[in-house]
Design a protein around this ligand. Structure first.
Ligand code: ADP
Ligand code: MG
Length: 365
């Protein structure tokens, strides 16, 4: 089922008496979540991700704006009638109940015509358990499960009502690194096999990039960019988005445009046709450097980290704005014993941003 957010806004009264303005947790969100897709809501802590999920689920009411599930306006529909499955970060299973009973729990309070027999509940629980490959563990208690298995119980519990929409709020953050990887692949598999429209919230860009059909990059209650993960990475609209996506992060230099050339620290390092003279931030992706004997960008060489096929060149430059430049180049480059390294830049991997607005400035053809 497709989901539409229309001018969706949520304000909270500010508890700090010195500040009069409300906290705008979600500011005028307008976008569509296509049917059957997995979309990642991505942004730093406090940017309004959980609030957006609460609005979609009906646990909170918007200050203004509308929500549609398909063509139906659900803005005023109570949570229990929205057909939404929710999984939170601390997925709080009932410790005294078995896996089966935990999964069945949301079915128990059905009344009237919807009321299910014990047998029907068990069948539905088994169906949901199969989706997350837990059917062998139905008689265990949560304390007898690994973290990843517990999280799968929480997902099965959200799936047992066959929700139209699945909402996952940082579902992996309580798992260790290896389980996080496994479980995110599991979530992707479950989402594909059920075709349930899913919203996945995370502050981890790698997590969002790896499993989402679309990502929504947010900051301070505002949507900055929506798109396919690779498209947003390749074509960020502003400095924030460029810096938020990618590991190692984009390398940002202070630069200057003069005569359609990018200067970094006095050296002309790149042709940038069509850009007016102005001060800029120049962001270079780690894979945007090539080591070249006569390269225009001359950096201090701090160290070389071997990664096998590639090496990471850790370097410094007076116009660099972060702690250290990290360039990923082919391991064929031999930099042993050198104090300096010279780079050429790949135009497609360099992004320019206006110094005042931090909006992207495009160049070339
Ligand atoms: P995220 O999930 O992205 O970390 P949240 O949606 O939880 O962010 O919060 C967004 C903003 O709204 C934060 O500034 C937070 O302090 C504020 N906020 C969230 N819930 C409430 C509430 N019930 N009352 C007041 N402020 C809130
Ligand atoms: Mg949150």
């Amino acid at each position: 089922m497709k989901v539409v957010l229309q001018n969706l806004t949520k304000k909270f009264p500010n508890r700090n008496k010195k500040i009069k303005d409300d906290v705008v947790a979600v500011d005028d969100f307008t976008f569509e979540i296509p049917d059957g897709k997995l979309i990642g809501l991505l942004g730093p802590s406090g940017c309004g991700k959980s609030t957006t999920l609460h609005l979609l689920s009906g646990l909170q009411e918007p200050t203004c704006g509308k929500i549609f599930f398909g063509d139906e306006d659900v803005t005023d529909l109570p949570a229990e009638h929205r057909g939404v499955g929710l999984v939170f970060q601390n997925y709080a299973l009932y410790p005294h109940l078995t896996v089966e009973k935990n999964i069945m729990f949301p079915l128990r309070n059905r009344r009237g015509a919807d009321k299910l027999t014990k047998q029907q509940m068990r069948e539905k629980a088994l169906e949901a358990a199969k989706l997350v490959q837990l059917e062998e563990l139905m008689d265990r208690k949560p304390s007898e499960l690994s973290g990843g298995q517990q999280q799968r119980v929480a997902i099965a519990r959200a799936l047992v009502k066959m929700p139209k929409i699945l909402l996952l709020d940082e579902p992996l953050s309580n798992l260790d690194a290896r389980l996080r990887l496994q479980t995110r692949e599991e979530i992707r598999r479950i989402q594909r096999s059920t075709g349930i429209t899913t919203v996945f919230v995370t502050h981890d860009q790698e997590e969002a990039m790896s499993i989402s059909d679309l990502i929504v990059v947010m900051k301070e209650g505002r949507v900055h960019q929506i798109g396919k993960p690779q498209a947003v990475y390749d074509d960020p609209v502003n400095l924030f988005v460029a810096q938020f996506l990618g590991t190692p992060p984009i390398n940002v230099f202070e630069g200057e445009i003069k005569g359609e050339k990018l200067y970094i620290g006095g050296a002309a390092v790149l042709e940038v046709s069509g850009v007016a003279d102005q001060p800029v931030y120049a962001g270079v992706r780690p894979e945007g450097f090539t080591v070249a004997e006569n390269g225009a960008l001359c950096c201090g060489l701090t160290e070389v980290e071997v990664m096998g096929r590639d090496i990471t060149v850790v370097a410094s430059h007076e116009s660099f704005l972060g702690e250290e430049i990290r360039a990923i180049v082919s391991a064929d480059n031999d930099l042993e014993g050198q104090k300096q390294v010279r780079f050429d830049l790949k135009p497609g991997k360099v992004h320019l941003f206006a110094k005042d607005t931090q909006q992207r400035i495009r160049f070339g053809g």
